[in-house]
Design a binder for this molecule. Structure first.
Ligand SMILES: NC(=O)c1ccc[n+]([C@@H]2O[C@H](COP(=O)([O-])OP(=O)(O)OC[C@H]3O[C@@H](n4cnc5c(N)ncnc54)[C@H](O)[C@@H]3O)[C@@H](O)[C@H]2O)c1
Length: 418
């Protein structure tokens, strides 16, 4: 039997557990061993071990983990702003790298990614754009590539995050530009990557508006000083503050040691002055191949949904997914168990054609399972996102942020060369 390949995980995160460790343990334990997990503290990794009922070796010294294990693959799944620091070191060590999205968060970091790829051309490195592997995305791509709608002319894309999911970004580290680059990078890089992938092109110019309408100090209805920094320290009841969050379940288990040590917990006050990201944005994008797209992100919606309309020279393709908001259909890990979705092709003057989307079980609508099959199983697909793809998705978000700040249209090439 061939020797097992060694994987290290950088970041004892929720994502590491639900996107990678579960799939590796369930489906690839004959081929791969997770030999170490790194985080800021050993205790944070131990929290994951307790939550996941595992016994992975814990490291708070990244170099030691790499040196001791000489891994074949490293998965980077810690907070967005530090992905680049680990990517540089892992690629320099010649180790196959899987980086969570967003690949990086600003133009300076984009340059560092390019440098790392230039210095290590033979190292295999991918961006974990799992949304490409959602059965609906795969089907949309198949329909587009079949020529069924003709040449793509324009796209409308609307992403709405509900008050559970959307608000969660304002309770966590993601709410600060310095950590995540804001939702237009942290969240929308998923969607910008899809747009790039669907159009078969990269963005040329971006214009955006954005506002913080629901969270942050300016939208707080309480008096200054009435709120604590975290919900678990706050005296406001759920009746008084709709965004009060109970630190319980995996949210608590994964941060037990941090809570004890008075460190970060994911129940930060959503009205904090630290919040400097937008919760609503409209982004206009022109593509190098002439496609014109508009994208809206809303993080304070009553319902979670995604709507995509792709207008072609022969037909329109439209996709919509609406997740149920009823609390009884939400699973404890935050995944939504029921939803309605439809995919349609509508030719000019022809009846509407419904297209079936094959169901796949698992987190993110089966996307994580299919991505892991591509990354770790023998089933290779064309959906794998390169580092260049990861960069191009992030560049749209960086340009959108810059456009919001300056009120100007941002040319991607100029942004990169500045
Ligand atoms: N592809 C997807 O569907 C998807 C979904 C969720 C999250 N993500 C990505 O996964 C990553 C983890 O997200 P999460 O929500 O699971 O995070 P999390 O909050 O659960 O974990 C983040 C980890 O990073 C560690 N960390 C914090 N600061 C650090 C630093 N300076 N250096 C090293 N480590 C540090 C924390 O201790 C923590 O364990 C993010 O990049 C996020 O964008 C992807």
């Amino acid at each position: 039997m061939a020797e097992k390949k060694k994987i290290v995980i950088v970041g004892a995160s929720y994502r590491a557990m639900h996107g990678f460790l579960n799939n590796i343990r369930d489906s690839y334990s004959n081929e791969y061993d997770v030999v170490g997990i790194h985080d800021l503290t050993i205790e944070k990794v131990e929290d994951l071990n307790e939550c996941f009922k595992s016994n992975y070796k814990a490291y708070d010294d990244f170099e030691k983990m790499m040196e001791e294990n000489k891994p074949d693959i490293a998965v980077i799944a810690n907070i967005d702003c530090v992905h680049i620091d680990y990517l540089e070191k892992i690629m320099a060590a010649g180790v196959t790298t899987v980086v969570e999205k967003p690949l990086c968060i600003d133009a300076e970091q984009c340059k560092r990614v390019r440098k790392a790829t230039e210095l290590n051309p033979s190292v295999e490195a991918v961006t974990a754009h799992n949304l490409r592997y959602h059965p609906a995305s795969l089907k949309i791509k198949e329909v587009l590539d079949s020529g069924r709608i003709g040449n793509i002319l324009s796209i409308q894309f609307v992403e709405s995050l509900d008050i559970d999911h959307g608000t969660s970004y304002f309770h966590r580290w993601n709410r600060a530009m310095k950590n995540s680059g804001g939702l237009l990078i942290h969240k929308s890089s998923h969607h910008f990557d899809l747009l790039n992938w669907f159009t078969g092109s990269y963005a040329d110019e971006v214009f955006a508006h954005g506002k913080l309408l629901s969270y942050g100090a300016e939208n707080c209805k309480f008096k200054v000083g009435e709120m604590a920094e975290t919900c678990h320290e706050c005296k406001k009841t759920k009746e008084e503050c709709a965004h009060r969050l109970d630190l319980s379940g995996p949210r608590l288990e994964m941060h037990k040691s941090n809570l004890k040590a008075g460190l970060y917990t994911p129940d930060l006050c959503v009205y904090s002055p630290e919040i400097d990201i937008v919760d609503h944005a409209c982004v206009g994008i022109t593509y190098k191949n002439g496609v014109h797209a508009n994208y809206t992100m809303c993080a304070h919606s009553s319902v979670e949904s995604m709507k995509i309309e792709i207008e072609g020279t022969v037909a329109r393709l439209e996709y919509e997914i609406i997740y149920s908001t009823a609390p009884d259909v939400k699973k404890s890990d935050g995944e939504v168990s029921t939803h309605q979705q439809h995919l349609r092709v509508i030719e000019f003057n022809k009846p509407i054609e419904e297209i079936e989307i094959p169901p796949v079980k698992g987190s993110h609508g089966g996307a994580d399972l299919l991505m892991c099959k591509d990354l770790f199983g023998g089933e290779k697909s064309d959906a794998k996102a390169t580092l260049e793809d990861g960069l191009q998705a992030v560049l749209v978000g960086i340009a959108a942020n810059e456009s919001i700040k300056t009120g100007k249209a941002i040319n991607i090439a100029e942004l990169e060369n500045a």
